[in-house]
Design a binder for this molecule. Structure first.
Ligand code: GLA
Length: 730
């Protein structure tokens, strides 16, 4: 049983294969966290409780003169507010009487079959039948505000999911200014926080810093999870490294503005709080109404960052991603964006398709510029009807021609946006987010549609479903190319404007749910100027996301390295593009570009007609190689062999089949050296006793030799040389 309840002591133990999470309801009804870490079974961890009379940390009122307990010094499962805990908290609110306090006391529990769902929000699901849910009910006896804490326990996956639901059972409206999803208190120990910062074209750069004695915040107020911060953090012991040591992951299943805070307290405990951003957030909870917070996925690893990443990768691939393409290899595609930008017609596209087909590509994706008046990024968004004049044909005819060439057809859309220079904007100017009397800020010369409005979602659903119903489209790249600003919805009353940003996300999710359910044969890829919305919320609808607009192979080493900490490799959209690279101007070999792009959902983003005969031949070989490795890359275990941020000589990473039958080693030299010292790596995930043949040379090694003795690479010189080799168990 993964959930054990000691009813007498109201002690709750959640056990997974390798971890235990434990808390209890104390005699006053406070729900107090006891332990999260390596599995200790159901052992009562209350022995670690300490008593202290800490100056300036108040004691709950009912304790009168007894002073050995304060909410300010104890680990909790979720905080109230305004009642004497001064650390970062989960809630901020006002009650009907104007007071700011919430004081939740234990009211009961329920054990539920399977995995709970969250209405309107993406959340982990379970098909295996092993997940169980625990719900803890708490209540504020004065205001009658209720708090339900949900715990989903995935025993084999070592994942515990959490979310909180607030319900107003009182008689007057409550205003929520902050409603976090979860709080994780680690009562002892020193912790570093690893977070993933970045910018457009350089997303998810890991940064590791000690959790300070101050509130450290990472988050986004952009209406998207953003390029700048990712809704995923890791708490790690100072000694934790790639392969060893304790670390905890906490990932929000949410794609909008978020806030993750960490703080080391005066008594040296560490608290992590995760949830929707509280900036400009104000949600009115009328009597009887509930507010559901997004889900958090927690995992704990004692085998370093590598172990934690493999847990998240496996979990997201099987319990977040959904649909027909979840477990299938994705088509090798060619996207015309960097080949043509806005300058194309059907002849050009067919010529690209024809050449790509000869190289072995399986799908053509028609990117931005096929609709409305769209010859640059200043107009046309919102008018999702094909520009036949530009294409020189109908969309149906174009698709037929592409299909006749032997490729599937995919298409780009950016439905959440509108250009002011568009028919849609002229018909419905009030559908764009904007504050009355102000000129809204532009981002990429476009405005954001107000998807908090039902009629806008309905309209987009109609247009997109119509497009997909009437055309043989097998893939949709769903883009989103600006941050939200001027968030004001014409459909909400003044006192509810603080709900608009979250309601926008609920609208996006509603639209995606309907479209992905209705068109299961369509492979959806997410995108937001590359990886500006690369998060578990989006992966619930899109089994892959364009990882970055930076297609430079050397920069991608870092971007894909950072992304791999939390996200499955097969969800990473990754293409070989032309050189000199359009973002950096750098030239790398086709070989290196191929090795890097293969670690993801592989494709091309160039004009194949501009390739030399040798390059075409190399791409033919590359595609054959990828087909050979595709299962290993998609379904194998992933290992980071070097730190792409700090190892400045070479970057190495590896895949190993889950049954140990094969491995794929990848290396790129990022700074070639004169008189070089050898590049040596130790492989992972092999069977020690088994023998492996390196498929090119035919040399045979034992698994133990490759893992413990390692493998020395041939000397590589030149600009960013790449190396890839495969080992197969004999
Ligand atoms: C975004 C995407 C690109 C491309 C352009 C088209 O930047 O990330 O891949 O689709 O939009 O405008």
């Amino acid at each position: 049983m993964c959930i054990t309840i000691d009813r007498e002591n109201l002690l709750f133990s959640l056990n997974t294969s390798h971890t235990t999470y434990q808390f209890f309801a104390d005699s006053r009804g406070f729900l107090r966290h006891l332990y999260y870490g390596q599995r200790i079974g159901n052992f009562d961890m209350r022995y670690r409780e300490f008593h202290s009379d800490c100056g300036f940390s108040p004691n709950p009122g009912e304790m009168h003169t007894q002073r050995d307990f304060s909410l300010d010094t104890r680990a909790q499962e979720y905080t109230g507010c305004g009642i004497g805990d001064y650390r970062i908290g989960c809630l901020s609110l006002t009650n009907g009487d104007g007071s700011y306090s919430a004081d939740f006391r234990y009211a009961g529990y329920a054990e539920l079959e399977g995995k709970y769902a969250i209405p309107g929000l993406p959340a982990a699901y379970d098909n295996s039948g092993s997940c169980r849910t625990l719900r803890i009910d708490l209540r504020d006896p004065v205001t009658k505000l209720e708090l339900a804490l949900y715990y989903g326990v995935f025993p084999e996956q070592d994942v515990i999911t959490r979310c909180a639901v607030l319900r107003n059972a009182g008689g007057s409206a409550v205003r929520l200014y902050k409603a976090a999803s979860a709080c994780l208190d680690l009562p002892f120990g020193k912790w570093d926080i690893l977070h993933f910062q970045g910018r457009h074209c350089m997303e998810r750069m890991p940064e590791r810093i000690p959790v300070p004695h101050a509130a450290l915040t990472v988050g986004s107020d952009r209406g998207t999870s953003s390029h700048q911060h990712n809704p995923f953090v890791i708490l790690a012991a100072p000694e934790t490294c790639e392969e060893f040591g304790v670390c905890y992951g906490a990932m929000l299943v949410y794609s909008g503005s978020f806030k993750i805070e960490a703080e080391c307290s005066q008594l040296q405990s560490t608290r992590l709080v995760l949830g929707i951003s509280d900036q400009r957030f104000c949600w009115t909870l009328e009597p009887g109404a509930s507010f559901h917070t997004p889900e958090v996925l927690l995992s704990c690893s004692v085998d370093g960052f590598g172990g934690l990443s493999r847990r998240y990768q496996d979990f997201l691939a099987a319990h977040i991603c959904r649909g027909t393409f979840r477990d299938t290899p994705r088509p090798i595609l060619i996207n015309n964006w960097e080949a043509t930008y806005f300058d194309f017609n059907s002849e050009k596209l067919c010529a690209i398709a024809q050449q790509a087909k000869e190289l072995g590509v399986e799908m053509l994706v028609l990117d931005d510029g096929w609709f409305g008046k769209r010859n640059s990024d200043t107009s046309g968004l919102g008018d999702w009807h094909v520009n036949e004049q530009k294409l020189g044909t109908t969309l149906t005819e174009l698709i037929q021609r592409i299909r006749a060439i032997g490729l599937d057809f995919g298409i780009w859309v950016e439905p959440e946006m509108v250009s002011q220079d568009s028919d849609l904007y002229h018909a419905h100017p009030d559908w764009a987010l904007s504050v009355p009397g102000r000129t809204p800020a532009q981002g990429r010369s476009q405005l954001v549609l107000d998807l908090s409005r039902k009629e806008v979602v309905e309209y987009l659903y109609g247009v997109l479903a119509g497009l997909l119903r009437s055309h043989d489209i097998r893939y949709v790249k769903w883009d989103m190319n600006r941050s939200l600003s001027d968030v004001f919805s014409r459909s909400l009353p003044p006192e509810r404007q603080g709900e608009a940003a979250h309601r926008y996300m609920l609208g996006v999710y509603d639209l995606l749910e309907r479209l992905t359910a209705e068109f299961p044969q369509v492979l959806f890829e997410g995108c937001s100027g590359g990886g500006g919305r690369f998060d578990a919320g989006m992966l619930y609808y899109f089994p892959q996301i364009w990882c970055s607009d930076d297609t430079d192979a050397v920069e991608r080493l870092k971007i894909q390295y950072g992304t791999s900490f939390g996200y499955p490799i097969r969800t990473v959209g990754s293409h070989v593009s032309a050189c000199p690279n359009h973002q950096t101007g750098r030239t790398t070999s086709l070989h290196t570009r191929g090795i890097v792009a293969m670690s993801g959902s592989f494709g091309y983003e160039l004009d194949p007609q501009k390739l030399s005969e040798e390059e075409k031949e190399e791409i033919r070989r590359q595609i054959c190689q990828f087909r050979r490795h595709r299962d290993l890359i998609f379904f194998g275990d992933y290992y980071r062999l070097t730190n792409a941020m700090t190892d400045d000589y070479f970057t190495a990473w590896q895949f190993a089949a889950k049954d140990g039958s094969a491995a794929l080693l990848n290396v790129v030299v990022v700074a070639p050296k004169a008189n070089p010292y050898p590049i040596h790596v130790q492989l992972k995930g092999l069977q020690p006793e088994a023998l492996y043949r390196e498929t090119e040379s035919g040399s045979v090694y034992s698994g133990a030799a490759l893992m413990h003795g390692g493998y020395t690479l041939p000397i590589m010189t030149g600009d960013y040389p790449g190396f890839q080799c495969r080992f197969e168990r004999i």
